[in-house]
Design a protein around this ligand. Sequence first.
Ligand SMILES: [Zn+2]
Length: 147
Amino acid sequence: MKNAYVATPSIQQGAGLTYIKALGGVLCEALVQLEEIAMIDLAKQKTSLLKRLSELDSRLHAIEAELEAPHSKDWEELAVEREGDEVLEQLGQSGQDEILRIRAALKRLRDGEYGICVRCGDDIAAERLNILPDAPLCNECATAVAG
Ligand SMILES: [Zn+2]
């Protein structure tokens, strides 16, 4: 530390120390903020995954009940209902896909592999996981797979 002051003789030792202490404080704060941004709250992620899973579960059951409900005999209504059925079936399918993704994410949480891209092994950005808690891929891989 003594040598550092030799290099900056224009700053008096007292003033230099205050300056460096202040700088250190700012750096510490920045580091803490960085850590908070980078850190993924696993408990929080798990809670939102489980919440979404139970939402999907009840939605799927509602869809199943709707699909199994007896149809009206009116031809016109029947046509409309048939279209509705297709939408319901698609909803059911995407819901089932999402449930599978969430289950896989919960398994990765259990295995300590949560937040690691299943394709390239890189860390998945925390912002991405906050938006998509069940994301199995990092940004780059998701783009690569989609394209
Ligand atoms: Zn990746």
